[in-house]
Design a protein around this ligand. Structure first.
Ligand SMILES: [Ca+2]
Length: 429
């Protein structure tokens, strides 16, 4: 990593000096609000739920789309080269942001190498990024952070056609409603914006272009900032950054201008860890009263609105005070590891620090079977964990806290090996 950092730093310096091909600025004046299509949910009865084969499923969807008014030639064009792709179904069950330990995810997502390339890309695109950030009242770091985490600054959009990705999610992964709605949105985009279906490339999850918008996000939030006639998330950087900024300000609770997404904090001894939860919002004054300081030991800054404290690796790991802006990043991808990585990547690209406190990396990470065992054992003890799926979400954390209270350990909601061992030693109920 260190070697990469030095190479990267040199690249940044040379990029600053030469500034080759700076991205063009969008035209001045207000950016038009994206068209908001009446995007009705599809009727489950007509969207194919049963099919004899992948080809049969696609055919049924094609008939459904045609009945729904999509042009016949467009449908034929969109599905002409679509093939069954079982690897998409497999990837669906292994999303790294939900199953990798946060410190492993973060060290890959915000590597020194990526920070260096982010600084280089910021130097190249700075005029557009800063102008977009000002226009929307968001910050340049977050726009760069999202670009970096989503596609590694455009190096990796994915290479799957959106219709192939979605039809495989619909048939193979049985995400029928999601796939049908998104495929219909994709056809609507192709028709409305005259975008060739072959250009609609993205990830296995159906997310397209630099900003990895699902087709429904594109319809509702993509912006034609360069006034070419349509939003272009594949080749127009003004459109990409404006669309990302529009997503941050419009999806969910909005964006507070000039407010950081998070502040790393130090919790006092005896902190009531049951209060460290994403949805338990309090004014900053509440945390001050409990003795929470910044990680450097300073008083907490003034921050507007509700704030929450999260400890993503339990009471032994770093703690973060998060604002409404952290939640706006979560609307992009509902994973706290993802949102923290976006915020840190942006902060480091702008010259700020990384995480200060140490992660408990010496604790062995739980594998899928162990995470499911924890959920199963909690359920057997009478706690509600929701679905046993190995994803330790809010319901599982609540159940973990209740069990932690019972065995008198800090109620941080964090499931680790020690918790699993404690559960195994419980008499069955
Ligand atoms: Ca455009």
């Amino acid at each position: 990593m260190r070697k990469f950092a030095i190479v990267g730093a040199l690249l940044v310096l040379s990029a600053c000096a030469a500034a080759p091909n700076p991205a063009p600025l969008p035209p001045s004046g207000p950016i038009p609000v994206a068209d908001r299509y009446a995007f009705t949910k599809l009727d489950q009865k007509t969207c194919p739920t049963e099919a004899k084969s992948f080809a049969d499923w696609v055919e049924r969807y094609e008939a459904f789309a045609y009945k729904g008014g999509q042009p016949k030639e467009l449908i034929a064009d969109a599905f002409e080269n679509v093939k069954e792709n079982p690897s998409i179904t497999v990837k669906q069950s292994k999303q790294p942001e939900f199953v990798t330990p946060v410190w492993t995810y973060l060290s890959k997502a915000v590597s020194d190498d990526r920070v260096a390339r982010g600084q280089q890309q910021y130097a190249l695109n700075r005029a557009v990024v800063d102008a977009t950030a000002r226009q929307y009242g968001v910050d340049s770091g977050t726009l760069m952070g999202i670009w970096g985490i989503e596609t590694d600054f455009g190096r990796n959009f994915g290479d799957v056609n959106v219709f192939e990705a979605l039809s495989n999610l619909g048939y193979g992964a049985k995400r029928t409603d999601f796939a049908c709605s998104e495929m219909t949105a994709a056809l609507t985009i192709a028709n409305r914006d005259r975008i060739p279906v072959s250009k609609m490339i993205g990830s296995w999850a159906g997310a397209m272009g630099h900003s990895q918008f699902l087709p429904s996000n594109y319809l509702q939030l993509a912006v034609d900032a360069d006034r070419s006639g349509a939003p272009d998330l594949w080749t127009s950087m003004p459109d990409v950054f404006a669309s990302t900024a529009n997503h941050l300000t419009k999806a969910g609770g909005g964006w507070l201008t000039g407010v950081p997404a998070f502040v790393e904090v130090k919790l006092p001894l005896g902190f009531p860890y049951q209060q460290a939860e994403l949805d338990l919002e309090q004014p900053v004054a509440h945390w001050r009263q409990l003795g929470v300081k910044t990680v450097g030991g300073m008083p907490l800054p003034e921050l507007p609105g509700g704030t929450a404290i999260i400890v993503l690796a339990g009471w032994k790991g770093p703690a973060f005070l998060i604002t409404k802006n952290f939640k706006a990043i979560l609307r992009y991808n509902n994973s706290t590891s993802y949102a923290l990585s976006v915020a840190y990547l942006g902060q480091r690209i702008l010259g700020g620090p990384g995480v200060q406190a140490a992660w408990p990396t010496s604790e062995p990470a739980l594998n899928l079977a162990e995470r499911e065992e924890i959920q199963t054992r909690l359920a057997a003890q009478g706690y509600d964990v929701g679905k046993v799926d190995g994803v330790l979400g809010l319901k599982t954390r609540k159940a973990v806290r209740l069990f932690q209270a019972k065995i008198a350990v800090p109620q941080d909601g964090y499931a680790n090996k020690a918790l699993l061992l404690a559960l195994r030693s419980q008499p069955s109920v």
